[in-house]
Every structure is written in structure tokens, then in C-alpha cells.
Design a binder for this molecule. Structure first.
Ligand code: UTP
Length: 294
């Protein structure tokens, strides 16, 4: 029987250079979309996917993340006194939500290196990796979609998305063959090879790896064996490529819409769409947008 995915690793120790100066003193994972930090959307996706045990890999500005998921007695007292019940519930909800542990990545040496920092806490079991700057809206949470594939095949799964050629060199890209699954021919792929940030001309396909993964614990051995790759960083894609020598890896073109909230334009698009969908703000915001001369 396939072991259950119980733990999710949230790397949040990157430098966030694309979002400077906002990320000088706080991680980009704390940037708010409307009124919730990016990492909270991702944590909620994880909980809705049945994974409550959260491991956050922190770097600079880690206290903002820890404080966010911690109990804030002062704030709770104040809201209680002012009889702001809804806000109190929301604030309590965040700290009650999860069983969270933290591990530090002292230097941003790459995503693979960040995942490796969670090795002790993960132990010998399959686990999820969630990059909070990829915000994904979907009916079935993206992570759940991947876990379903993992439970069927008992193998690692990465989220895939079709990306236009002129943007492909920003991603890990796969060479993969389609696999029939549940009557669908165009969602599931068995990966043959992958390459991190290829030149557009060298990209093996238009299928890019997006920030959701289900990984078997053997990935840690692979990370420990690879050398720094693109940008001088220990790349998770290179470790996956190493793992492929002995283990199958699947790619799943998830159902849903992904926003690259680690990038300024992507972040703005997500903010507008999330605000428009909010029952308490959407109407007023739409009316306001209509007054703009575009
Ligand atoms: P990115 O490459 O998007 O993040 O990493 P970055 O390096 O912070 O951003 P830019 O490109 O400079 O703007 C994807 C994810 O991996 C984490 C990041 O926090 C982000 O969630 N990461 C990356 C780490 O935790 N450690 C690293 O060394 C690198």
C-alpha cells in the first residue's frame, strides 16, 4: 500500500529579488493578496488537500511568518474587548489551522537546498512541496489533484502547465509522454527528462513545472548527490532528474488557474482577480475600475 502524504514543506527562504524593495525585510511569502499573505493561501490549499503537518523553511525575516501562524494574545484580547467577533475568528483561525514547524536555511543556495533542510522533519515518508508564490485557484485544490495521482501510481508527481515559448526559459521544463488516466489523454504525463531554465530554442516542450510537488523520500539522496546548476544554485529540477534514473516521475497538468505572485505583474493580476471575486469588495471594486480611463 502507498504511504499517505501527511507533511508539506513550504520553502520560504528565497531572496525575492524580483520584488525588491518590498522583500528587503520580509519574505515575499508574506506579501498580501487583498488581505491574506501568499503563504496563508498555500497553507489553506494544503489543509483542504488533507495535509495539516506544515514545515516552513525560513530565511531572512522569518519572524513575520512565525508570528503570523502564532497566537497573538494582545490582538485577540483587543478584538474581544471591541466585540469584533468576525475578525477575532479570522485571527484565531490562522493559529488554530495547522501543526507547524520551522527550519532555517541560512543562505539562499537554491530550492533543492531549501527542501533538503527539511529532511529530518520529513523522515522516510512521501511529502508535498508547496511554493507559496504560485497561487492556484481551482475547484479541487491543486495539491489534492497531485496527491490523487500519487496515491494511484505510488510515484513522485509534479504540477505542469503549458507556457508560451517566450516565457519558457524562466521554468523547469519536461520532456514527457502522455499517459491515459481516468479516460483523459491530455493531463497526465510520464516524464522522460527535464531541464531547469533552458533557452527557448533548447526547451524539450512547452510543459513547465509549477510550484507543487509530491515527492518520495529518496529525493533527499538525489539532492545530496547533485552539484549546483543554473544560477549556481542547488536546483530541485536537477535532483528530480537524478531521481528519474531509478524512479518514475509523473507530471500532471492540473485543472485551475495559476498566478505567478512572485513577479510584479503576476501579483497585480492576482490582486485584481481575487479582489473582484470577493463578496465584500468585488462590486465596489468593479464600479471603481469602470471609472478608470484605460
Ligand atoms: P524563486 O526562484 O521563485 O524565489 O524560488 P526567489 O529566489 O526568492 O525569487 P527571485 O527570483 O529572486 O525574485 C521559488 C521558491 O523557493 C524558495 C523561495 O522562497 C520560493 O518560495 N527558495 C528559493 C528558498 O526557500 N530557498 C532558496 O535558496 C531559493
Amino acid at each position: 500500500m502507498t504511504a499517505k502524504v501527511r507533511k508539506a514543506v513550504f520553502p520560504a527562504a528565497g531572496l525575492g529579488t524580483r520584488f525588491l524593495p518590498a522583500t528587503k525585510a520580509q519574505p515575499k511569502e508574506m506579501l498580501p493578496l487583498v488581505d491574506k499573505p501568499l503563504i496563508q493561501y498555500a497553507v489553506e490549499e494544503s489543509i483542504q488537500s488533507g495535509v495539516q503537518n506544515i514545515i516552513i523553511v525560513t530565511g531572512r525575516g522569518k519572524s513575520a511568518i512565525e508570528d503570523h501562524f502564532d497566537v497573538s494574545f494582545e490582538l485577540e484580547n483587543l478584538l474581544e474587548q471591541k466585540k469584533k467577533k468576525d475578525l477575532l475568528q479570522q485571527v484565531r483561525g490562522v493559529s488554530d489551522m495547522i501543526d507547524v514547524s520551522y527550519v532555517r536555511q541560512k543562505e539562499a543556495l537554491g530550492l533543492g537546498h531549501a527542501v533538503m533542510r527539511a529532511r529530518e522533519l520529513v523522515g522516510p515518508e512521501p511529502f508535498a512541496v508547496v511554493l507559496s508564490d504560485d497561487v492556484i485557484e481551482s475547484e479541487i485544490p491543486c495539491l489534492r489533484q497531485l496527491i490523487d495521482i500519487y496515491e494511484f501510481f505510488g510515484a513522485s508527481v509534479v504540477a505542469l502547465m503549458e507556457v508560451p515559448k517566450d516565457q519558457i526559459s524562466a521554468y523547469g521544463v519536461v520532456d514527457a509522454e502522455p499517459v491515459d488516466h481516468n479516460g483523459a489523454k491530455n493531463r497526465l504525463y510520464r516524464i522522460r527528462n527535464m531541464v531547469e531554465k533552458p533557452k527557448a530554442a533548447d526547451a524539450p516542450s512547452n510543459l513547465a513545472i509549477i510550484g507543487r510537488y509530491i515527492l518520495v523520500p529518496e529525493i533527499f539522496d538525489s539532492i545530496s548527490k547533485i552539484e549546483p546548476g543554473a544560477g549556481g544554485e542547488i536546483q530541485l529540477t536537477d535532483a528530480l532528474k537524478h531521481l528519474l534514473r531509478n524512479r518514475p516521475i509523473y507530471g500532471y497538468k492540473f485543472e485551475g488557474k495559476r498566478f505567478d505572485a512572485g513577479d510584479k505583474l503576476g501579483f497585480l493580476k492576482a490582486t485584481v482577480e481575487f479582489a473582484l471575486r470577493r463578496p465584500d469588495l468585488g462590486g465596489l471594486f468593479r464600479d471603481y475600475l469602470k471609472t478608470l480611463t484605460l
